[in-house]
Design a protein around this ligand. Structure first.
Ligand code: FAD
Ligand code: SF4
Length: 493
């Protein structure tokens, strides 16, 4: 290897695909922010990988993608082989390439991140799958042997979709139920289109259907179909039902006109942007009754510093708000949202106020929101989750003027009645309890019901939901294999 080869990352700086120009974004453009690499750009960026021998990037990636291996394939122009390889570990790589907080995961662990600019792993992952799909590549299931088993997957979010993908690859028929008429869960209804264009989800749906996955949409388990009926029809059930219980900050004034909860606000915008679902039809079951005031020319304050908060501030920018402020009670280093998304929000004109804890939302003379009373904080001792608590500093109260306040304090799961009635146990915090000494990974207290994703972890990430759905499918396949072996032994005896 020549000296130039070793130091190629010095000649080839880290580059992301082009972004939508700023004036368009602040002028109300909802298109996906990042464009796509051309073949040559992808190859050059992939060639920056040092293949350093210790793939910290793989270790930090929750699905343990074979990153250096598929980067090499891209560098050599073998994109279809790269697509097959990336699907070995990741059932939804085009989604993860778009929405993973790479700065905290694979790219944050890249050796080159130490001063030279990490390899653009997420953007290359997105390039691989988009390019391969556009060229007609599809997962090869020609060697799959049907087992005759059938599994119901409840929830068409990333956890459910990943589970269904792995089940059909194991020869198990997968039927996916969702209460909404479109697949994707929060990918479809929560995450705005400037992060993930909804046509990407439609393409994945076609791919999954081509693999044999059946979708029964607009069906709510527990309301339209009882758990007993599901357990009678299928050999096992996977619950990827998500986390939708709001964290209630209990703020005085949170019910004032002009105060909006984050998720219905984002859903409302998503419906306007897509004109309904991807094909322009209204989405049954996902009506929001939220009266969202026009944000044009208004002062918007968003409370909360996670991914949801970042999506709210950037949506408010696109809706023409006069000013958008994000108030977060810890410092920037402790923000849960992706650093890349914070940088994009800053670029779009969002003002960040760190170490500000909201105390109350205050009304003006007309009874609508006029401001948020906040107090400054300092970081104290770690709380029960190991995060340093935000401690209010006496005498530092002030008021942020606001016409609209959006509350984005996060979500936690609440186990649905139908799962509770079937004997599925939860932890005190509402998360479904899985695994343990006498169970398979992701198996609940009911032996035939498995669970994963936000319903088990609490509100987290797309990639961790994918990993849990994928690994739960492996457990289900193991259980069904054991059952089939036992049945054969009984026949032989
Ligand atoms: P979900 O995506 O919530 O899917 C659950 C599905 O189950 C839903 O479709 C629901 O309709 C269905 N369901 C529930 N109960 C039933 C029932 N009884 N019958 C039928 N169907 C049912 N993560 C990232 O990695 N990057 C990001 O940038 C990011 N941004 C986010 C922005 C927002 C606004 C939000 C809210 C979350 C964001 N996340 C992000 C988190 C990520 O979206 C979730 O962690 C992930 O979607 C969880 O996947 P899941 O499959 O467990 O649940
Ligand atoms: Fe990085 Fe996410 Fe892809 Fe893993 S799945 S390589 S963390 S972008």
């Amino acid at each position: 290897m020549t000296k130039r080869d070793v130091f190629r990352f010095l000649n080839e700086p880290r580059e992301m695909p082009d972004k939508v120009p700023l004036p368009l974004r602040t002028g109300g453009d909802w298109n996906e922010l990042y464009g796509r690499f051309e073949d040559r750009e992808a190859s050059r960026q992939a060639d920056r990988c040092l293949d350093c021998g210790i793939p910290y990037c793989e270790a930090k990636c929750p699905v343990h993608n074979y990153i250096p291996n598929w980067l090499k394939l891209v560098q050599e122009g073998r994109v279809l082989e790269a697509a097959a390889l990336v699907h070995e570990t990741n059932p939804l790589p085009e989604m993860c390439g778009r929405v993973c907080p790479q700065d905290r995961l694979c790219e944050g662990a890249c050796t080159l991140d130490d001063g030279f600019g990490a390899v653009t792993i997420g953007a290359v992952e997105k390039y691989i799958v988009d390019t391969a799909f556009a060229r007609g590549w599809r997962p090869d299931l020609s060697k799959v042997v049907p087992t005759g088993h059938r599994v119901a997957v409840v929830g068409a979010g990333p956890a459910g979709l990943a589970c269904a993908d792995r089940l059909v690859r194991a020869g198990i028929a997968a039927v996916v139920f969702d209460r909404y008429e479109q697949i994707g869960g929060l990918l479809q209804f929560g995450i705005p289109s400037f992060k993930l264009d909804k046509s990407v989800i439609a393409t994945r749906r076609a791919v999954l259907e081509g693999m044999g996955v059946e979708f029964r949409l607009g069906v709510e388990i527990g309301r339209d179909v009882a758990a007993d009926a599901l357990l009678a029809e299928f050999d096992a059930v996977f619950a990827g039902t998500g986390a939708y219980r709001y964290t209630d900050g209990g703020l005085p004034g949170q019910d004032l006109p002009g105060v909006l909860p984050a998720l219905p606000f984002l859903v409302h915008n998503g419906r306007i942007v897509t004109g309904g679902d991807t094909w322009g039809r209204p989405i049954a079951g996902w009506e929001t009754t939220l009266a969202v005031p026009a944000l044009a020319g208004r002062r918007v304050v968003v409370l909360g510093g996670g991914d949801t908060g970042m999506d709210c501030v950037r949506s408010a920018v696109r809706l023409g708000a006069a000013s958008v402020t994000c108030a977060y009670r810890r410092d920037e280093a402790n923000m849960p949202g992706s650093a890349r998304e914070v940088a994009n929000a800053r670029e779009e004109g969002v003002r960040f106020l760190f170490n500000r804890q909201p105390l109350a939302i205050e009304a003006g003379a007309g009874g609508a929101v006029a401001g948020v009373r906040v107090v400054e904080t300092r970081l104290g001792a770690p709380d029960a989750n190991g995060r340093r608590a935000a401690v209010p500093v006496d005498g530092t109260e002030s008021r942020l003027a606001a016409d609209v306040v959006i509350i984005a304090f996060g979500f936690s799961p609440a186990v649905p009645d139908w799962l509770g009635a079937a004997g599925v146990a939860t932890q005190g915090n509402g998360r479904i309890e899985v695994g343990g000494e006498r169970r398979l990974p992701y198996q609940t207290a009911h032996p035939n019901i498995f669970a994963g994703g936000d319903a088990v972890r609490g509100a987290d990430l797309v990639v961790t939901a994918v990993q849990e759905g994928r690994d739960a499918a492996a457990s289900i396949a193991r259980m069904l294999r054991r059952g089939a072996q036992r049945a054969r032994s009984a026949l032989d005896a």
